[in-house]
Design a protein around this ligand. Structure first.
Ligand code: ADE
Length: 225
């Protein structure tokens, strides 16, 4: 997979790609991530990429011209399966969307900043808009890092233990069950007996039951999906 990210703040987004599972996925060649600084496509020597919005109102808007230049250049080089814009005024990212994006070949991600991008950029280039939750961040960079992490760990082969992504919370619209490790008894705080039983059928049943109970209590909306 190849992911291209257009941003006005490359330094803000790079570090999540330099650690842990995501770094290993890059090092092992499962994914390439390329950052494109929108400033390189600025209108003038002052580095202008944004302007005030028509009709008045607070906040600067990323202009169509630098974005058109940058996106068009990338689109001329390869075909993208999705051109994604990260913005709070969009449907929310979930595990199903992450699963389907993890199977794509090329993804282009545009991160907004300030008041967002000129609507004509969205109309012309964007094939999918995503929010990472009902709150507003200062920019789309951190949202893009979240999206990439959610996608990359799902690419087949990235996680050493193939089953571990499948048992994550949300994979079956259920929250993950509680987990425990040694010691089995810590100052009287005991691990549920069934997990020590060695009876894997019973353990699976217990985990499923715990998942249902937890989902019913904390996220009943998932059970209606
Ligand atoms: N940019 C600002 N807030 C955002 C959010 N919640 N999701 C995606 N992009 C954003």
């Amino acid at each position: 997979m190849r992911i291209d990210i257009i941003t006005v703040a490359p330094e803000l987004i790079k570090s999540p790609f330099e650690y842990s599972i995501i770094k290993r996925a890059i090092d092992k060649g499962f994914v390439e991530v390329h950052f494109h600084n929108l400033r390189a496509y600025a209108l003038n020597k002052y580095g202008q990429i944004d302007d005030m919005q028509f009709g008045g109102g607070a906040g600067m808007v990323l202009m169509i011209e630098p974005l058109d230049k940058c996106i068009s250049q990338l689109l001329a080089t390869r075909t993208y399966d999705e051109v994604i814009y990260l913005t709070p005024d969009a449907p929310t990212l979930n595990q199903h969307i992450a699963n389907s994006l993890s199977l794509k070949e090329n993804i282009l991600i545009l991160t907004g900043h300030y008041k967002g991008v000129d609507q004509r950029v969205r109309d012309k280039f964007i094939t999918k808009e995503l929010s990472i939750g009902d709150y507003v961040l200062s920019g789309g960079e951190i949202a893009a890092a979240v999206l990439c992490d959610a996608i990359i760990r799902l690419i087949p082969g990235v996680l050493g233990d193939e089953t571990s992504a499948l048992t994550d919370s949300f994979q079956d619209n259920l929250l993950a069950p509680p987990v425990y490790t040694r010691p089995a008894d810590y100052k009287g705080l005991k691990v549920p007996e069934v997990l020590l039983s060695g009876n894997f059928k019973k353990i699976d049943e217990w985990r499923l039951e715990q998942s249902y109970k937890k989902t019913q209590t904390l996220r009943p909306d998932l059970l209606n999906d």
